[in-house]
Design a protein around this ligand. Sequence first.
Ligand code: FAD
Ligand code: NAP
Length: 332
Amino acid sequence: MDIFKRVDLDKSPANQTNNVKTERIKCLIIGSGPAGYTAAIYASRANLNPVLYTGLQMGGQLTTTTEVENYPGYPNGITGPAMMDDFKKQAERFGADIRFGIATAVDFSDKIHRVSFDNNTVIEAEAVIIATGATAKYLGLESETRYAGMGVSACATCDGFFYRGKDVAVVGGGDTAAEEATYLAGLCRKVYLIVRRDTLRACKAMQNRVFKSENIEILWEHQTIDLFGENGVEGATLIKRKGTPEEEIVKIKIDGFFLAIGHTPNSEIFKPYIETDKVGYIKTIPGTSKTNIRGVFAAGDVQDPHYRQAVTAAGSGCIAAIDAERYLSELK
Ligand code: FAD
Ligand code: NAP
């Protein structure tokens, strides 16, 4: 019960018998992105009577974007919110019990897994599917928020297509930045790679791809301090060699500004029980959704440092539901 104590001792189920409602179910799904809803569709159809808690962001990351053009089945594209509404309706059609609520603490020490929601409901589940996604890191500039969806993106694979033949910048020096810059170099006229140090963190192979791309210009030791433009991003203001005698303000003209400075997997509350990598991505047994705890499965971006796409998240939600169904049938 440490985890409940760690989060809020006074409100833990052990200490708060009056106001806490406890409910026993077969299958709990945490998260309402493509992974969670897909798991709900499969789990409902397998008669697991799943209960899905949506979290704060009902529909997940895609509700923050406009056009989704790379999800199969929508030949003319679809907006992110409309697509996630379709996912939800499909899950509801098969009887998934979809509820608003945020998982605040877990206790995976027993065969029956306990998850506390909003500190007032405890769900006891035989199987749990974690589909809480990952959140892209931003620099924290006010202008990033102002131009969200108007030139600022944290996903080149998702949005790069809209910048064909244009000039863009990618911020970061790791594998993601190198990968995104190389991807964008195949679509855009020019790609600036804004690197805060004088070296890349990316592996040598990825670095070589960047160095070989003729239309990538690396801006070493530059940091972004602002974005500007009338109806969307038209440029960025950078500071070069900040804090040195050669400090200089540099302006670049760009149509798109891509963040690639890392993601934070939403795995914090599970960490006392569930193994993660050093960034926080939940480790699963390769080819499955199984975590180190029997009966607890992970799907979508929370366990995927590499692909982070709606279709891969949905695919892994399907895998998690099938794994959960097999686990539950073995328990019988
Ligand atoms: P998410 O979509 O991140 O959903 C996570 C869910 O978990 C949310 O519902 C959240 O409320 C819930 N949650 C989190 N913590 C808790 C908690 N404690 N308790 C309960 N619930 C919780 N991919 C594409 O394939 N094509 C695109 O065009 C595309 N465009 C994108 C545009 C943007 C701006 C962004 C940010 C991403 C885009 N992506 C795109 C990536 C895609 O959105 C993700 O890969 C996908 O949404 C991951 O799905 P998921 O189900 O793993 O998690
Ligand atoms: P990362 O390795 O943590 O790199 C983040 C990069 O962003 C670093 O270069 C960092 O600079 C920079 N950065 C962080 N905060 C910044 C800020 N505020 N301003 C400017 N720059 C900032 O993250 P990642 O590239 O997303 O990679 C995450 C993990 O996934 C890594 O383990 C990586 O190897 C893996 N990955 C692998 C592949 C692949 O194998 N194909 C692809 C993508 C990712 P500093 O270097 O100065 O710290």
